[in-house]
Ligand binder design. Sequence first.
Ligand code: PYC
Length: 404
Amino acid sequence: FKRSHDEPRFFPEPKELKSHYDVVIIGGGGHGMACAYYLAKEHGITNVAVLEQGYIGGGNTGRNTTIVRSNYLTPEGVKFYDTSVKLFEDLSDEFDLNIFYSTRGHFTLAHTDSAMRTMRWRAEVNKHYGIDSEVVGRDEIGKAVPYMDLECAGHTPVMGALYHAPGSVARHDAVAWGYARGAYNRGVEIHQRTRVTDIRTRDGRVIGVDTDRGAISCGKVISMVAGSTPRITEMLNLPTPIEIFPLQACVSEPVKPFMDTIVVSGSLHVYVSQSSRGEMVMGASVDPSVLHSTRSSFDFVEGLADQMVDLFPFMSRLKVMRQWAGMSDMTPDFAPIMGKTPIEGFYLDAGWGTWGFKATPVSGKTMAWTAANDQTHELIEPFRYSRFADFDLVGEKGAASVGH
Ligand code: PYC
């Protein structure tokens, strides 16, 4: 395979928008690209445009800490994320592109009796659905993560943990670009720097979108924009209970490989893994107030360091190299909003809060099925838009990992 220097490495971008597509996907992150890929690959729907206001994977796909897991609390969540983990495992082969999927094992630490109870609850629900999760004691944690101070500097000693062997990390850009290339190769158009300014409807159904590069007619619109969801749903006067909170993260300078597991403490509000480059990838809880912004703050690093050093005292000497923020579209029950909406031809993939990256493959696959069949896929039926009006919530807060 020979590529000349002026050829793009992955795929070329079309110069013009067409006047009509069968399906428009708003949002060129992992979810949007995965949906385009499965629409083309599994349903033969290729007259599709993905419209991205920035660049591919530049939103929450490129701003998370890349943790993949299925150790959820509700049966609905466990089944959904388990499907995602299984899809993730095969993506490198499927794309012929290394997404650096690395199975690490995932510890969720418990520092209190009530946290231990939640870990047991999650372990039992997980086991019931065939997911590899178990409660482990201090000895097992100490052996797997010898650099951790189980006493937490005497503040909040670790009592035990939920251990989830399939917990993994992956290279987030590769996931988005792998799906994008696969979609492009099957005929999908990907338009970056193309902002949707309005969605047009007639008699309660979608007929097109306006963009800052012109108008498009289309029969179906799928919104997959995470932190930009309210901007899109307001175009249709479609109320959602979503509120946007920033979620910040950072990486340290690289150090020798010493930690091959993922460690999360919901009580200390921290999570950490070591990247294949040796950097410590770290995050904390969502910011305390609603804000539509990706600015990152000194307060975040200071608060994170305070807790992290209790767990890993040697990290007091590590330098933070980069920090950033994503915009989390939080729902009241900590579960996504997916599927059909009251507007015919408008499909929503939103409410990804702090749990969106790990759902990339399964969201793409089930949303593609939903749009292709104009029927909400059974795996995402519990996450339907109408569940708030029906008082039929899917309470996942206990499995969110991130403190709120
Ligand atoms: O849900 O695993 C998770 C997570 C980690 C960081 C943010 N969310």
